[in-house]
Design a protein around this ligand. Structure first.
Ligand SMILES: Nc1ncnc2c1ncn2[C@@H]1O[C@H](COP(=O)(O)OP(=O)(O)OP(=O)(O)O)[C@@H](O)[C@H]1O
Ligand SMILES: Cc1ncc(COP(=O)(O)O)c(N)n1
Length: 506
């Protein structure tokens, strides 16, 4: 069996190419699927609105669907504009003839332009179809119609409506925040079941008029990515990241007049050399993979003592001395990442992280330890440094190895920050790792590594993930080391040598 899933869109045609089956086929291809389309309706529309709708007989829709399923394995279905109750019945009848297949329903009722795309008498048929699908993806107005309420005035209310719809129809509801009036937070979407939110993802707002067809695009991306991953939350994470890229670059296309809403750029990532979204390349899944390491870090006597202030001063100073050694080499790793970076933005980010690491974090150590001679690295420190050094051969693996030091400190630091109180003996440490600046730097580091992972080859992505997990394990061991198991003079060969020159020469 091919690894490329066959995805069927049952939807209307938008001849201007931004919404409907045209958007679906582009989205399916961009997300790594083979796209098929059974057409429910022809619209005459452009970026400014719909001027006509022609609906072929429902029997002809049934004939298209039968022709497909008699010959082609269908791995997932996306349903968009249906137009009439007759078309909906044709689809429900056809779905009953199939073996179990994942279905995403985008309940297209009204276009962004305000034009009606579903007959008023089709309501009951649509509700019957709802019971047969896995996920329904209404916008705020459609969600309100399904819930039988006025449009939600807030995101919290939308989530309550989504939960009610999920319970009534036995489906997952993807509530979408694209039409939220309050734009202070990012643009949220949430996958909701009858018990509440399963996953919420928040994207930056794209500052563009060109949002025509975002709902069509997201729902077909979801169907495709579910067929590839077998997980609705993963499909949402990947689909939302992909759509964010398509929205961010929408203005690079020149489709329609300024008065209209143009399409998103479905192939923005692919044309820039990225691969179709892949779950392995999702940095969030790496983070999930180290959940056990994170729990172990929280459970360490060292971390608990750091939090409540009971940690012995000698243990903290031993840790700090090793950390000072570590940070000098870590700054070299950051500088090497800067040297290898493919563009000026990433080059600057890593260079400023290296400078920040040397200036601010080491300052903390100097204040605490004075300026005595550097100690020898313990075996634990040396092992971590050697891992960083060995990871320095390629940029993708290096930045993946660098990331846990940001992410785990930001994560641990933000939770320890709650323990901050006047007179806390380690207040300066707690403040350094829970600062707004460190949060921002960590978010940017995650975003850069995510960008690199999406461009990397599959074997490189696997190496990146391994390097990330390995660094996370070293972080745990680093926190866990105490004076007692340090081994001054041990395998500390890595420190103090021009390690990147060594790494290159190997
Ligand atoms: N300006 C924006 N910036 C970022 N994401 C957006 C923006 N507008 C819409 N989205 C995202 O696009 C997807 C579609 O959301 P929306 O709520 O607009 O649904 P829709 O109305 O069905 O779409 P359409 O505009 O195609 O009708 C969601 O993932 C939403 O979060
Ligand atoms: C054929 C067709 N299907 C769906 C939509 C909804 O998309 P949007 O709300 O972005 O206009 C549309 N305009 N045309």
């Amino acid at each position: 069996m091919s690894a490329v899933p066959n995805i069927l869109s049952i939807a209307g045609s938008d001849p201007s190419g931004g919404a409907g089956i045209q958007a679906d086929l582009k989205s399916i291809a961009a997300c790594g699927g083979y796209g098929m389309a059974a057409i429910t309706a022809l619209t005459a529309q452009n970026t400014r609105g719909v001027t006509g709708v022609h609906i072929p007989p429902a029997e002809f829709l049934s004939a298209q669907l039968a022709a497909i399923s008699e010959d082609v394995r269908v791995d997932a279905v996306k349903i968009g504009m249906l137009g009439t109750a007759g078309a909906i019945r044709a689809v429900t009848g056809w779905l009953r003839t199939l073996p179990r297949v994942p279905v995403v329903l985008d309940p297209v009722m009204v276009a962004t332009s305000g034009d009606r795309l579903l007959a008023a008498d089709a309501d009951a048929a649509l509700r019957a179809l709802l019971r047969m699908v896995d996920v329904v993806t209404p916008n705020l107005a459609e969600l309100a119609v399904l819930a039988g309420e006025p449009t939600a005035p807030s995101w919290e209310r939308a989530l309550t409506q989504a939960r009610a719809v999920a319970a009534e129809y036995g489906v997952l509801v993807l509530a979408k925040g694209g039409h939220l009036a309050d734009r202070r937070g990012g643009c949220p979407d949430a996958l909701v079941d009858s018990r509440g939110v399963v996953l919420e993802v928040v994207a930056d707002w794209a500052n563009t008029r060109n949002t025509h067809g975002t709902g069509c695009s997201l729902s077909s991306a979801l169907a495709t990515l579910y067929a590839r991953t077998g997980s609705w939350p993963d499909a949402l994470r990947l689909g939302k990241a992909w759509l964010g890229r398509a929205l961010a670059d929408a203005d690079a296309l020149d489709v329609g007049s300024d008065a209209g809403h143009g399409p998103v750029h479905h192939f923005a990532g692919l044309w820039a050399g990225e691969r179709p979204p892949s779950p392995a390349a999702l940095v969030d899944t790496w983070w999930d993979a180290i959940a056990g390491v994170r729990e172990d870090i929280d459970a360490l006597a060292f971390v608990r003592g750091l939090k409540d202030g009971t940690l012995a001063r000698a243990d903290f100073e031993h840790y700090l001395r090793q950390d000072a050694l570590y940070l000098r080499t870590y700054a070299q790793a950051l500088s090497r990442a800067s040297a290898l970076a493919p563009d000026a933005g990433q080059q600057r980010f890593w260079a400023s992280a290296a400078a920040g690491c040397l200036e601010e974090e080491l300052q903390l150590h100097r204040t605490r330890l004075g300026s005595g001679p550097p100690p020898e690295p313990s075996a634990t420190t040396a092992a971590y440094l050697n891992h960083l050094t060995a990871s320095g051969r390629t940029y993708p693996v290096l930045v993946a190895a660098i990331l846990p030091c940001f992410w785990l400190y930001q994560d641990t630091g933000s939770r320890l920050a709650a323990a901050h109180r006047d007179g806390h003996p380690y207040a300066d440490w707690l403040a350094a790792y829970s600062s707004v600046e460190f949060d921002r730097a960590t978010r940017e580091a995650v975003a850069v590594v995510q960008k690199v992972a999406l461009r990397a080859r599959e074997d490189e992505v696997a190496d990146m993930r391994r390097a990330f997990v390995e660094s996370a394990r070293h972080e745990l061991l680093f926190f866990a080391q105490t004076e007692a198991d340090g081994d001054p003079g041990g395998s500390g060969a890595a420190f103090g040598s021009p390690r990147w020159a060594v790494a290159r020469a190997e």
